[in-house]
Design a protein around this ligand. Sequence first.
Ligand SMILES: NC(=O)c1ccc[n+]([C@@H]2O[C@H](COP(=O)([O-])OP(=O)(O)OC[C@H]3O[C@@H](n4cnc5c(N)ncnc54)[C@H](OP(=O)(O)O)[C@@H]3O)[C@@H](O)[C@H]2O)c1
Length: 281
Amino acid sequence: MPQGKKVWFITGISRGLGKELARAVLARGDVVVGTSRNGRADLDAGDGELLVLPMDVNNMKQVEAAVERAYSLHWRLDYVVNNAGYGLLGAVEEVSQAQARGVFETNFFGSLNVIRAALPTLRAQRRGHILNVSSVGGFTSIAGAGIYNASKFALEGMSEALALELAPLGVRVTIVEPGAFRTDFLTPDSLQMSSNSIDDYVETSGRMLAHFDQINGKQPGDPAAAAAAILEMVDSPSPPLRLALGGDALERMRRKLRQVEQDLDRWESLSLSTSYETVNS
Ligand SMILES: NC(=O)c1ccc[n+]([C@@H]2O[C@H](COP(=O)([O-])OP(=O)(O)OC[C@H]3O[C@@H](n4cnc5c(N)ncnc54)[C@H](OP(=O)(O)O)[C@@H]3O)[C@@H](O)[C@H]2O)c1
């Protein structure tokens, strides 16, 4: 492999953000080993090098085989991008247990499967960069998406610890947090709706579902611009733990930080009242 060419392992390159990222990576001449469940992706390798493998992130055997194939072809892994995922809408109570477990299987355990498969190589190399595609919803929840949000919160919680564990070993971790991007995400090809509907949630979850229905196809975020931003971020000498994508994501994340700060300030003395030292003084 010519010096300087980077090897990217990207899940879910058949559509949306993963496809645009793969396209941008290939355009700069890097190598993409990408996956989709049916092993197909309509992409032109251009100046790069492309291998598309069939892989369901929930199938550990397929995950191990795909990561191994990437490594045995190129003898290195530079970027591992956990992009595959899907949305699930409905109030927390409206979502069935099977649906809740299903979205955690793909969005959290699927990413964990890929990370487990890639880590021995990344650790041995003492370099590499894991990008976990979460969501603004992995940082702040909304009515109507609580279980999807929880699956991404889980991904973020794990990623924060992983970043601390891998930093001394030379491996980086970044959580990518997109706002609303114009992909298949909100279409019936990708999105799942809760199996139940309860009238009491019409004004909360119901309103949000109607909003998502309205913005489908009109989301402000451009997936090609997201891909360009991700490339700029990974090229930086000090990439962040979190990268928000889109003004909507920035705004919502800042609002949450302000709310948390306000709660902490307002309840500070009660929070501090719980130590043995304060109780006994
Ligand atoms: N678009 C947004 O507004 C938005 C916002 C926040 C976060 N995100 C996150 O961004 C990521 C990409 O979403 P997108 O917007 O690009 O959606 P998308 O257009 O629906 O594409 C989803 C991709 O994930 C793959 N995938 C889904 N389940 C899979 C599984 N079990 N195993 C392997 N691949 C699987 C799909 O591959 P197949 O061809 O096999 O179905 C497809 O390539 C997701 O993690 C999503 O949660 C998106």
